[in-house]
Design a protein around this ligand. Structure first.
Ligand code: ATP
Length: 259
């Protein structure tokens, strides 16, 4: 997404968008869950994807990561068609981190990083907190520490595009702030980020653009400063009425959390 509040990446104004999504439709078993998604993220930008439970945020990220093939539309990376499939897209510079702690619990942090062929020094530079944890088994770490390892491992590869799906689920506010700061820092080094995050207020502080999904369609999109008020209204409607997926309010779960 283009922005004038953009991060301080010198080349950002001349670089092609790191990620372009046109009329993307993604779903399961040939049935679309998300349709018509338009998104452009430049190097150095964070786009925040919001919406109630079941709106299609994770499905969208799976489409961007290459886990789900598009049913229609296109995903482009740095001006070229994105290769199909999770692994090929990962090799093209797309990192995908999720709420699931993708570490081997029986291995130490250092072993986990070695298995993932990570640059350990780089991980420690990005997350100095990880240094003292290197010889500790991942199963003994806190959730926040595990996510620092997960995010550090992804960021150590200097991804061109970082997709983050509710990395901070269930974590303490200070840890959430730390992880979001690391995400913002990655963008400031030139990564294009698409972030799904329940802590809306905190996430909006690091986001250049916001896109709200409702029932698989983009209901609102724009620079954070322009849409923040409307995001609040939409969020309030989820909290008050159970969201667009909850006729009669019986599925009144809201995905968003305010602080
Ligand atoms: P949440 O905030 O609860 O994680 P979300 O916005 O990320 O929600 P998705 O997880 O993308 O929403 O789900 C969107 C829709 O796709 C939901 O109706 C869900 O039931 C459906 N869905 C998700 N995974 C599958 C699957 N593997 N097969 C079929 N339908 C699925």
């Amino acid at each position: 997404m283009r922005t004038d509040t953009s991060a301080s990446v010198p080349a950002a104004s001349t670089a092609p968008p790191a990620l372009e999504v046109h009329e993307l439709s993604v779903g399961y078993g040939g049935r679309p869950v998300v349709t018509g998604v338009e998104l452009t993220v430049l190097p150095g930008e964070v786009a925040l994807l919001l919406g109630p439970n079941g709106a299609g945020k994770t499905t969208t990220l799976l489409g961007l990561a290459g886990e789900l093939a598009p049913l229609a539309g296109a995903v482009r990376l740095a001006g070229a068609p994105a290769p199909a499939g999770l692994h090929r897209r990962a090799r093209a510079g797309v990192a995908f981190v999720t709420e699931e702690r993708s570490v081997f619990m029986e291995l130490t942090v250092e072993e986990n990083l070695r298995v993932g062929r990570s640059d350990i020094a780089r991980v420690v530079t990005l997350f100095p907190e990880v240094e003292r944890l290197l010889d500790r088994r991942c199963g003994l770490l806190s959730g926040g520490e595990q996510q620092m390892v997960t995010l550090g491992r992804a960021l150590a590869r200097s991804p061109k595009v970082l997709l983050v799906d509710e990395l901070s689920l269930g974590l303490a506010p200070l840890v959430v702030a730390r992880l979001l700061t690391a995400v913002r820092d990655a963008a400031d080094r030139g990564t294009a980020v698409v972030l799904v995050e329940q802590h809306v207020d905190r996430a909006m502080r690091v986001a250049d653009h916001v896109l709200v999904l409702e029932r698989g369609r983009v209901a609102l999109s724009g620079p954070t400063a322009d849409v923040a008020g409307r995001v609040k209204d939409i969020e309030a409607s989820y909290l008050a009425g159970g969201g667009p997926h909850a006729p009669g309010g019986e599925q009144a779960a809201a995905t968003t959390r305010t602080e």
